[in-house]
Design a protein around this ligand. Sequence first.
Ligand code: HSE
Length: 430
Amino acid sequence: MNRVRVGICGLGTVGSGVFNLLSTNGTEITRKTGRQIDVSLVGCRRDHPACDLSTTTVTRDIFDVVRSDDVDVVCELIGGTDVALDLVREAIAHGKHVVTANKALIAHHGESLFQLASEAGVSLKFEASIAGGIPIVKAVREGLAGNRINWLAGIINGTTNFILTEMENAGNRDFADVLKEAQDLGYAEADPTFDIEGIDAAHKLTILSSIAFGVPLNLAALYSEGFSAITVEDIRFASELGYRIKHLGITTRSEQGVELRVHPTLIEKSRMLAQVNGVMNAVMVGSDAAGETMYYGAGAGAGPTASSVVADIIDVARSDGQSGGVPEFGFIPQALETLPMVPMEETASCHYLRMRLLDKPGVLARISTILSQHDISIESMIQKDGKTGTAPVAIITDEIRESAINEAIAELEALAEVDGKISRIRVESF
Ligand code: HSE
């Protein structure tokens, strides 16, 4: 039987998951591919307690893996964009197929790496880079290939969703404590600010947008907001108003161009995305023929991410590295179309505004006057008892352009009757 020899670079959460999955399901995978897929070499700084490496060759220099004659497929599982970029380039130069879980690498350097891979006649696969165990790349690129896709919206960072869910369920659980749990479970990035500040979701959404619309990668045009400003008070107000707060990646295509944005979002509790909790991810896609479809599953962790890495290895084994006619982004490279990017100020959403107001007559009237001067109408509102002289108020507006709500917020914050900053969260109906 024609063996496939896998070299693993990086033996952290994902690398150890891939090592163990290839071994645990080896017989099943051979039944599916007709080939024996073995790990022939592991490159890692230190062994992983979950892996029995007693019969595997291990090197402390990951570049040994890409240079080895005993490796057909390199799994790049170290993350980052510096060493990983050199590693993948060198693997391709040595004629190796590459499977990666590295969204930052693809979002920053995908096109040049695909070009190198194509010239070298090898595959570069990245299913595991987005939404952990959900085969979302394949679903959008291949399953929906007959459709024109109009929008895509998803919860694509497991760590963020895990923390938001805990904040909602446990009420006052300490943020650092929940983050530590997400790190212990292997969900968080090496630098967890990538999760919390929306950078990880931005990488993933950039790739998804290219696959959905056939546009070049455009991370620089993406608007990104993390969720560190969200408080338990926001979560409670949102709940009373009938919403949950989720951290969403949203990309749309219209006559105006492409929107690409990542930010906290209020979603009505009855919507499916509002039911996605813990480390689970979900991606909704709006397309012309299939209509609205949703893909759900664990977005991080050893097993789910390994599932996607191993699926890519199996693809390589089945096709012997031939692409089978599927371009990396689902569109032939020369057909990628540069569309205008809609600036954030020109997008429109409903908004949630939370503020503290001096508890005296006429204040609410002043607030609603300023909103109406910007053509902003109020859809619903809650005011709480102002025991300390100021009263917390939460407002949901109708849909309004970002530039108008920005101006209104600046005017409101300048009022003596508004105490401190206004918390603002967009409201969407996906
Ligand atoms: N840190 C990422 C997350 C890992 O939490 O979703 C999976 O990409």
